[in-house]
Design a protein around this ligand. Structure first.
Ligand code: PLP
Length: 491
């Protein structure tokens, strides 16, 4: 492939060093301590080109992108069909005001998603420009829905600790990462948090043969405590990202939440910003668990990140409450459902369905999982392998028998840098116990998976040497060989 480090026509007068200087001096990089960028060797990577699952930096170095952008380039890089659809729409009409007007691609996309989503058909779609706005909009939609139905006192929400639902003030309020919330208080009142469902580290039943669903009981208790007639919505992810690709301890978990919502009138919101669009091996993450929520939030993979877009998909029965004499949903965003983004999403959806990308996530995910299981079933520093489809996490421990974790964030930073040196971009998630996350574009090949496993093996062995658990013998003495992921829902 021909390689052009910095595209001159897009950045006239800027070469690599000048762009790096602009990053050092002018760019606010998201969630990053920018002081470190004074060191030219330091992150961030300056990526300039992509194809399939591979990206190149400005120096021409090649990487496998096992983070798919940020859990989002589902169809992979270099999809001309998406680019051409965006270009055609931009040439015809780049923008339509969504406040009372509609664009053709937004209407068509709403129609197609409404049919495809596991919401009983005919769902209505409210477009946003990203995931936080989708969550924000879902929470507002739930609150106005409850008010219109005659329950203005239903203003509380329930989400889970550690779960990441975004950064705008409403989304941040349901976000369960205390480190992200602390400095921004007071947050939106009424946001309550239940424990997560996390089999490997469950405080209630991790040593039991199967999940006892006490994690669900905690949600029910919280609803009782807060008052079922005061809760507007419960929001959860199918497989929780923060903490490292955590599926519920039992498939029954979401069915129980569904039943609770049916009995109490609370809306069930599934946050599929990551798990939607094929990631788990099904087009929607709710389908993987056989559950039908009331609202689904999506973003990221909806356009495979070729353009910014998010959405709230609302079950017909919920959306219909907004029809009638009142003002409609009191909410809008200038860039919600931008026509160029919706055109990208339509082309992306065609690719997903024609190439069966959810099916590829399922089969390649099963292959990757099998190879990881074979490589790390005995590794003293790999405690758990979990997740679904092509959203897999390996929890790293200092002792796999006691499950003792390590809190040295510098060690995780070192691990990420080492993998990057070897041509692999991925996230070693430090938001809970350290977990290496594997979330490639859904077109990743088995040969690429083999490369990933080889790099991980080398990196985890070196990690083990630093932790003093990997010496000349690979497995820790006395550690019984066993298959990983004793407790995840994936099969
Ligand atoms: C589950 C979930 N919800 C919401 C968001 C927020 O999305 P965005 O970063 O597009 O605002 C994210 C982002 O990673 C997410 O993972």
């Amino acid at each position: 492939m021909s390689f052009a480090p910095i595209t001159p026509e897009l950045a006239p007068g800027y070469d690599g060093p000048r762009v790096r200087q602009a990053i050092r001096d002018n760019l606010f990089v998201h969630f990053a301590q920018m002081k470190g960028f004074q060191d030219p060797e330091h992150r961030p990577l300056l990526l300039v080109r992509g194809d399939g699952s591979t990206v190149w930096d400005a120096d021409g170095k090649e990487y496998l992108d096992l983070l798919a952008g940020i859990y989002s380039v589902n169809a992979g890089y270099g999809r001309k069909r998406i680019v051409e659809a965006m270009l055609a729409q931009a040439e015809a009409l780049p923008y339509v005001n969504p406040f009372g007007y509609a664009s053709v691609p937004a209407a068509v996309l709403a129609d197609r998603l409404g049919e495809l989503a596991p919401l009983g058909g005919e769902a209505r779609v409210f477009f946003t420009s990203g995931g936080s706005e989708a969550v924000e909009s879902a929470l507002k939609l739930a609150k106005q829905y409850q008010t219109v139905r005659g329950f203005p006192h239903r203003w509380k929400t329930i989400s889970r600790r550690v779960a990441y639902h975004g950064t705008t003030m409403g989304a941040l309020s349901v976000n369960g990462l205390s480190g992200n919330r602390g400095v921004f208080g007071p947050l939106v009142p009424g946001a309550r948090h239940a424990p997560m469902s996390h089999r490997y580290r469950c405080p209630y039943c991790r040593d039991a043969a199967a999940c006892t669903l006490v994690c669900y009981d905690e949600i029910e208790r919280l609803v009782e405590f807060e008052g079922p007639d005061q809760v507007a919505a419960i929001i959860v992810e199918p497989v929780q990202n923060a903490g490292g690709c955590i599926p519920p301890g039992s498939p029954e978990y979401f069915q129980r939440i569904r039943k609770l919502c049916d009995e109490t009138g609370i809306l069930f919101v599934m946050d599929e910003v990551i798990c939607g669009f094929g990631r788990l091996g099904t087009l929607f993450g709710s389908t993987y668990f056989g559950v039908e929520p009331d609202l689904i939030t999506v973003a990221k993979g909806i356009t495979s990140s070729y353009a910014p877009l998010g959405a709230v998909l609302a079950k017909k029965g919920v959306a219909d409450v907004f029809l009638g004499e009142g003002p409609g949903f009191l909410h809008g965003l200038t860039f919600g459902g931008h026509p160029v983004s919706c055109a990208a999403a339509l082309a992306n959806l065609d690719i997903m369905l024609e190439e069966d990308l959810p099916g590829r996530a399922k089969t390649t995910g099963a292959y990757l999982r099998q190879e990881l299981d074979a490589a790390f079933a005995d590794h003293p520093n790999v405690g758990d392998l979990r997740g679904a489809g092509l959203f897999l996490g390996l929890e790293l421990v200092s002792d796999r028998v006691t499950k003792e974790s390590f809190s040295d964030k510098a060690l995780l930073g070192w691990l990420t840098d080492r993998m990057r040196d070897q041509g692999l971009i991925l996230r070693n998630d430090d938001r809970n116990d350290p977990t290496t996350q594997l979330c490639p574009p859904l077109i990743v090949t088995e040969a690429e998976c083999d490369r990933v496993v080889a790099i991980l093996r080398d990196a985890f062995d070196e990690l083990g040497r630093r932790l003093g658990t990997v010496g000349t013998v690979h497995a820790a003495a006395g550690t019984e060989s066993r298959a990983l992921r004793p407790a995840s829902v994936e099969d």
